[in-house]
Structure formats: structure tokens, C-alpha cells
Design a binder for this molecule. Structure first.
Ligand code: GLY
Length: 310
């Protein structure tokens, strides 16, 4: 039987959650000067409803691995609802209203890089995504009271949050088609952290399309040359990471949140059992969600939320 607290938490509306947070007030937090802070206990996740235009989302890489590229809006909404339900079992979650004219706007991860109470609103690498940042800036700055800076105020810097891998011990930034070196300077200056740049080439949109973290010493990366290359460029082994290799790149995108490991249901028993074991070995609870529709838009489950520890 579910506890009353859990049931009540799940039934809270987004507005009530915001009011709860505003009532607490956002705490200020001293910044680290060399590396990200110790593993955070997240207090809030931000997501965004699926826009009606989602079937027109940008896609480039998915077509290389699947012949089925037609996005079903109905299925996307069902999968997103299930994702939110799973996320809310690990962390209170605010789901912002849809931006119906911006097809990729549910991928909130790309719009901001957060470190404690500080946020850098990104200047997304694809021009069609730049209008997504206004409402996230308003929410974080004006409603949550976070310290917010805009990357667009710095000339020639662009970045998608999907290229930011914060393992708590290191902040890796993928240099992709969407993220450039100038953005690294901005992140270092504003967030006062050391950034480790990771160049990569291959059929992947973002660094986190290839590798994500389970905890501060465990990474998931795909079997094959792209995984080999990225792990080498990160100097992951030298930095003390155990790298679990998975026979599917999409399955390497997991969301580690407050002892939960949210993973993508690939319909593959071998991958499922690897991920179950990874979670069990670390006393984490694994939860699988279906992400077939967002995968057609080159996205994965981390794209759909931003985790805060304010
Ligand atoms: N469809 C996700 C992106 O291209 O940014």
C-alpha cells in the first residue's frame, strides 16, 4: 500500500508544488571553485508538456538506425505521462505548460545548465530551438529565485544541455554540432567550475546520447568504437570511473535521481537485466519507461527534465 505522503505528493498540482517551493524560498549555495559539488539530493525536477507540433521535431540521426521515423503525438503524450509519473516517484516535479509552436520544447534539458542555485540559460546550437529559453529563464529566475545568466549575452557561445554530463565529481562537456568551446569559457566563468571538454564524432546528437552516469563513479557507454572513443577522451578510467558497456547506445541514456535509476525500455531482456544488476549492485531502484517516440527525434529520457538541488 502506498504511503499517504506519496499519494498526496503525486496528487499535488504543479501550481501547488511551485507554491510549496516558493514558500520555502530558494536557498543560496556557495559555489565550488574546481569541481562540481558532492552528489546532490535533488529537490525538484522541471519538465514540460508535449507540444502539439512535436511530430515536426528536428531529427537527423534517428533515421540512420530506424526506418520508422513517423512520430505519433498520442503515443508521445502517453509515454511522457508515464515518464512524469516515474519521475515523481523519485522527486517532486513541475511540468511547465506546452510551447505548442516550438516542436522540440519538451526537451528542457537543452535550455539550461544548473549548479546549485546558479543557472546558465543556454544559447541552443540549433537556431530553431533558441526561442525555448525565454520561459525557462523566467521560471528559474522569477519564480524560483535562482541566480540566472544568459549565454546569449556572450558573443559566439552556443550550447545544448544534452552535452553537459555532471557526474558530481566532474563536469564533462561534449563538443558537438550544438556546443562549442566558447560556451565552455562561459560555463567556467559563471558557474566557477572546471569543465572537461570531450570532442566526439559519430552518429550522436549530444554527449549524453552516448554516455551518462549512474553514480559518481559509474558510467554507461555503448559497446563499439564510438563508446571506446568517448570513454578514452573523457579519460574515464584514469579518473576512477567504472564503465559499464551496453550493446545499445540509446539504452546508455539513464537518469540517476535520488536513488532511482530511470532507464529506457528497449524491449530487450539482456539490456534490462544488465541495468537491473547495475541498479541492484548500487542499492538503487530501477524503473523502465518507454521512449520510442522521442527517440525518433534524436532524443532520450534525460532530455525531458532538468534536476535541481536548490
Ligand atoms: N530533436 C532534438 C534536437 O534536435 O535538438
Amino acid at each position: 500500500m502506498q504511503s499517504t505522503t506519496t499519494t498526496v505528493r503525486r496528487q499535488l498540482s504543479c501550481l501547488e508544488k511551485m507554491m510549496y517551493l516558493l514558500g520555502r524560498g530558494a536557498r543560496t549555495r556557495s559555489q565550488s571553485t574546481t569541481s562540481p559539488a558532492a552528489a546532490p539530493q535533488y529537490t525538484l525536477a522541471i519538465a514540460r508538456q508535449v507540444p502539439r507540433s512535436f511530430p515536426n521535431a528536428i531529427t537527423k540521426f534517428a533515421a540512420a538506425t530506424s526506418s520508422d521515423t513517423n512520430i505519433s503525438l498520442t503515443t508521445t503524450i502517453q509515454q511522457h505521462d508515464a515518464y512524469l509519473k516515474t519521475l515523481r516517484s523519485f522527486v517532486p516535479t513541475v511540468c511547465l505548460p506546452a510551447l505548442d509552436d516550438l516542436p522540440d520544447s519538451m526537451f528542457v534539458e537543452d535550455t539550461v545548465v544548473v549548479m546549485g542555485n546558479s543557472a546558465v540559460i543556454t544559447h541552443p546550437g540549433h537556431p530553431a530551438r533558441r526561442a525555448e529559453v525565454d520561459s525557462i529563464r523566467d521560471f528559474l529566475g522569477n519564480q524560483l529565485g535562482m541566480s540566472v545568466k544568459s549565454m546569449s549575452d556572450y558573443p559566439n557561445a552556443f550550447c545544448d544541455g544534452g552535452d553537459i554530463l555532471n557526474t558530481s565529481r566532474h563536469l564533462f562537456v561534449g563538443l558537438s554540432e550544438r556546443t562549442n568551446r566558447k560556451s565552455i569559457q562561459v560555463l567556467e566563468e559563471v558557474l566557477q567550475v572546471e569543465v572537461i571538454p570531450v570532442t566526439f564524432q559519430g552518429n550522436a546528437l549530444h554527449l549524453k546520447s552516448i554516455v551518462t552516469h549512474v553514480d559518481d563513479s559509474t558510467l554507461l557507454a555503448p559497446i563499439g568504437s564510438l563508446g571506446d572513443d568517448v570513454i578514452k577522451k573523457m579519460q574515464a578510467i584514469e579518473k576512477g570511473y567504472t564503465v559499464i558497456r551496453i550493446p545499445n547506445m540509446l539504452a546508455c541514456n539513464v537518469l540517476s535521481v535520488n536513488g532511482g535509476l530511470v532507464a529506457q525500455n528497449m524491449g530487450d531482456e539482456e539490456i534490462r537485466s544488465i541495468l537491473k544488476q547495475v541498479a541492484e549492485d548500487r542499492n538503487m531502484i530501477v524503473a523502465f519507461v518507454d521512449c520510442s517516440e522521442i527517440a525518433k527525434a534524436d532524443a532520450a529520457l534525460t532530455c525531458c527534465s532538468v534536476l535541481l538541488n536548490i
